[in-house]
Design a protein around this ligand. Structure first.
Ligand code: URA
Length: 209
């Protein structure tokens, strides 16, 4: 029997979130689950915090103002959305776009972990402090943005070496001139980081938490 494709495995994870009724309160207030979008064969996965209004309406991550800015930055490094995979930690829109709660991030983390286990990216780019802190708890995004780190993600029966690049969130940087420029500068290092990450890694053991 042929083994399942990445698309099929991701679809199973999506179904599992629905069947397991993850964060039922959030689900009740949201229009739909925003699971992820893009190319599951990509070497790069972008992770944001949670869907906003536009994302809730369309079922796709990063399609509002922050998404437009993300698309612009992708273009500057010669990529389009469909070249990369984009998702969020929390997969339902929090009411009034409030920050996701620690228990909501915790509830969705195993599913994000499984997405990464299926996609097996070389580079994980976190957008904002909520996504970054899933990998590096207590991380200060203002001092660690743009600094690539090698991590080993430990799964149940498997592990994966990745490079993690914590970046500012495009929504926060959108209307803040200096943060915007910093994000653009950090983003422009992605091609170099991808190239360097193909070199022999020097693992640092770490689990998602
Ligand atoms: N902000 C996020 O963190 N994620 C989205 O999908 C949209 C905006």
């Amino acid at each position: 029997m042929p083994s399942a494709t990445k698309e099929e495995l991701l679809e199973k994870i999506r179904q599992n979130i629905l069947l397991s009724q993850v964060c039922p309160e959030l689900a009740k207030g949201a229009t739909q689950l925003v699971f992820g979008d893009g190319n599951p064969e990509s070497a790069i996965v972008f992770i944001g915090e949670a869907p906003g209004k536009k994302e809730d309406e369309t079922g796709l991550p990063f399609v509002g103002a922050a998404g437009k800015f993300l698309n612009e930055m992708l273009k500057t490094i010669g990529l389009i959305r469909s070249d990369v995979y984009i998702t969020n930690i929390v997969k339902y829109r929090p009411p009034n776009n409030r920050d996701p709660l620690p228990e909501e991030k915790k509830a969705f983390l195993p599913y994000l972990q499984r997405q990464l286990e299926v996609i097996r990216p070389q580079l994980v780019v976190t957008l904002g402090r909520h996504a970054a802190s899933c990998f590096l708890p207590g991380l200060s995004i203002s001092s660690e943005h743009g600094k690539a780190k090698r991590l080993t993600l430990a799964f149940d029966n498997d592990k994966l070496s990745i490079v993690l690049l914590p970046l500012f969130h495009p929504a926060a940087a959108l209307y803040n001139g200096s943060m915007r420029q910093t994000l653009i500068d950090d983003f422009s290092r992605i091609p170099m980081i991808i190239k360097a990450s193909a070199a022999k890694p020097n693992y640092e053991q770490l689990t998602l938490q």
